[in-house]
Ligand binder design. Sequence first.
Ligand SMILES: C[S@@+](CC[C@H](N)C(=O)[O-])C[C@H]1O[C@@H](n2cnc3c(N)ncnc32)[C@H](O)[C@@H]1O
Length: 201
Amino acid sequence: MSKGLGSAVYLSQLLISESVKEGGIAVDATAGNGKDTLFLARLVGPGGRVYTFDIQEEALQKTRALLEEEGLAKRAIFLKAGHEDMERMVPGPVDAVIFNLGYLPGGTHALVTRAGTTVKALRSALNLLRIGGRIGLVVYTGHPGGREEYDKVVALASTLDGNRYRVVKISFINRAANAPVVIIIEKAGAPSESHAAEQNS
Ligand SMILES: C[S@@+](CC[C@H](N)C(=O)[O-])C[C@H]1O[C@@H](n2cnc3c(N)ncnc32)[C@H](O)[C@@H]1O
């Protein structure tokens, strides 16, 4: 059952789903418990591949177990590596990259995503993305380092060339100030007529 607009992960997946083609390539930059990897594995179908990254063996084991339960493990490539290295480990172009930042739910808070490596990974994801592909980020600010990471991601995303990238930010405006924020980036082709028309209006 859908969690509807109350779930940042659901909103990110909803907007990513349109960009992933059957037979395509997608990246889960933060495997964690494997839910985003499973979501992407369903979308790419039997001929596609999901490259899934985590620095924790525990996270990759959970992700593999979840995909095995669903009979989809062959669709994923499990990489115990930092997502900041994705550009040399993933053959582009890719349909989508999902980041669910922060720490592994139920795991150690020491192995958390960090501003510097997240920004490096986001730049790599932008380079790997095909035209029309999308990056989805779910960003948390409530833990130590979370606000700095959020600020750096927003600083990069908000300065991307508006003719080449469409960028939206979704926030829960009637929840606590530290509720998660969803950022979606789409790589555009040539400037579209509708975009030009909107800019002129
Ligand atoms: C919020 S969890 C991801 C949740 C996951 N998407 C899911 O569906 O369950 C964040 C994960 O990022 C991982 N992580 C932290 N730094 C990383 C890095 N540099 N590269 C890849 N993964 C990293 C953590 O180990 C943790 O498992």
